[in-house]
Write a protein that binds this ligand. Structure first.
Ligand code: AMP
Length: 190
């Protein structure tokens, strides 16, 4: 089984690259952002709670996020592998993911750390905000998301470094260039 964590700041291109990876490697894409936005669209209790946190650029609590991911993994018992997009975002989530997978006798094969400079991230997110309709693609929320990313999410890189699984990917080239680098990293562990 091939299980990938795609990691990077907001605007680094995780979603776009995940789509390419899914097409080429046939993995199930689990994006916690997409899952939460679907809950908001449904107007569920989880959605109502997530809505205000997301629009302010803050995280959904770890325990809730971990339960949501756990339940979503179970929806795909025949998956060839997963690509985890937007999870883990904290050390607690990274540890929880390892134990969730261990219980199923599977593990993370590699982590892709898509690296993009902050000024480029802000530019991309503002551009996306013109058409995305997302409540969090505005300047104030973008700054908050980047701050939360630095404080809570960056330590996750060391977590996968310690396991020898993190691969830095230069995220500033064209989509095709970035994807080529990603394929090299994936193919080296397959
Ligand atoms: P994304 O689409 O990955 O940029 O996620 C959008 C927003 O959903 C984030 O800014 C968070 O508010 C929330 N979110 C998504 N995934 C997580 C997670 N793993 N932990 C906490 N909050 C999350």
């Amino acid at each position: 089984m091939l299980n990938i964590v795609i990691f990077g700041a907001p605007g680094s291109g995780k979603g776009t690259q995940s789509d390419f990876i899914v097409k080429k490697y046939g993995l199930v894409h689990l994006s916690t952002g997409d899952i939460l936005r679907a809950e908001i669209a449904k107007g569920s209790e989880i959605g109502k709670m997530a809505d205000s946190l997301i629009s302010k650029g803050n995280f959904i609590p770890d325990d809730l996020m971990i339960n949501i991911l756990n339940a979503n993994i179970d929806l795909y018992p025949t998956a060839k592998g997963f690509i985890f997009d937007g999870f883990p975002r904290t050390l607690t989530q990274a540890e929880a993911l390892d134990s969730m997978l261990k219980k199923r006798n599977i593990k993370i094969s590699l982590m892709l750390n898509i690296d993009v400079q902050t000024n480029e991230l802000v530019k991309r997110l503002l551009e996306r905000g013109k058409t995305s309709g997302r409540s969090d693609d505005n300047l104030q929320t973008i700054h908050q998301r980047l701050q939360v990313y630095e404080a809570k999410t960056l330590p996750v890189i060391q977590f996968y470094d310690r396991q020898g699984k993190s691969n830095r990917i230069n995220g500033t080239g064209t989509m095709e260039e970035v994807f080529a680098e990603i394929c090299k990293a994936i193919d080296s562990v397959k």
